[in-house]
Structures are given as structure tokens and as C-alpha cells.
Write a protein that binds this ligand. Sequence first.
Ligand SMILES: [Zn+2]
Length: 193
Amino acid sequence: MPELPEVETVRRGLHELIIGRAIKNIDHDTEKSFPNAVADVQSFLINASIADVRRRAKVLMIDLSTAYTLVIHLKMTGQLVYRGDSVFGAGHPNDSLSLWGAKIHPKRLVNTITQDEFVRLYTELREVMNLAIEKGGSTDKNYVNAEGKRGSYMDFARVFRREGLACPRCGTEIIKFKAAGRGTHICPYCQVL
Ligand SMILES: [Zn+2]
């Protein structure tokens, strides 16, 4: 279960990103997490614009221009699992990628992470997870793309297992780094402790 500060961080992130924007399409992961009738959802949500993002305790409320409100309970916060005092275990490629994307060193202490950094990390993690799912759901699994070309999610892993190669953002050499006893990969220029 997410804690209050995490829910508030998500609220602020959403507030910055979606106010005034219109809903063009609806998608959901599981039927259970979105128990509304399809016809209702279509008529209440499609083309509605976002008026406000509010929070009551741990529940998020997204007010729509149609006078309806989406009520959201965040049952999980993605992969943000804190181990010890450091931000991530960071051994998994998704963690390495998210930290690299958010420019956060894996040994940063959780209580030093700023609101902005948390939002960046959350955004990166969502993107990385979506990419992993899009590319086959597993880091080692091969996939065949729309043009019939073979590839793997690892082709998109910009830092993981890339020690000695250049950081795609700044050109600094990627180094291997031990965090919580597990090997991870960082750009020593982008991810300063
Ligand atoms: Zn870099």
C-alpha cells in the first residue's frame, strides 16, 4: 500500500501533467481494477477534460469537465520497493534504467530524494515498464517487431550491461557499480551521489 506522501507526490505529478487536457481514449490493465460499465465509461469520460486533481486521504480524485469525478485508489506504486536505506536494489535492468533516466544514483538515501526527483523516477519507471511490456515483457526474451525483425528489450537498455560504452545522454563511459551486493550500471556523470 502506498503511503500518504507517495500518493501526494503522484497527485502533484498528475496535476502538473494533465490539467486542461482531454481524454481521447481509455485503456485499463484488468477488469477488476476498473469496474465500470463500458457504455458509461464512454459517455462520461471520452472528450471530457481534466478540471482538477484532488486527494482525500490516500484516494485520488480527478474532476472532469462533465461534472463527473474519477476516484482512484493506488493499490501499488509500481516497483518502488525500498531496500534498506538506498533507493533501489538496482540489480534489475528496469531499476538501472529508471535511475539512469531520472539521473539518480542507486545509493542515494530515500529521505534525500526530492519531490521533483520522485516524480521523475516514477515517470521513468512507468516508461521503462511500458517499454519492457511492449518489447516482450522480459528482458532476455527475444521479440519480432512489426517489420519481422528480431530484437530484444536489451537493445533498448541504455545502461544495463553496457560498462565501457558511452552514456547515450552525455558520452561518459558507463561503469559497473555494486549496490546492495548486486551489480548495476550507472553513468558516473549523470548519476552523482
Ligand atoms: Zn551520462
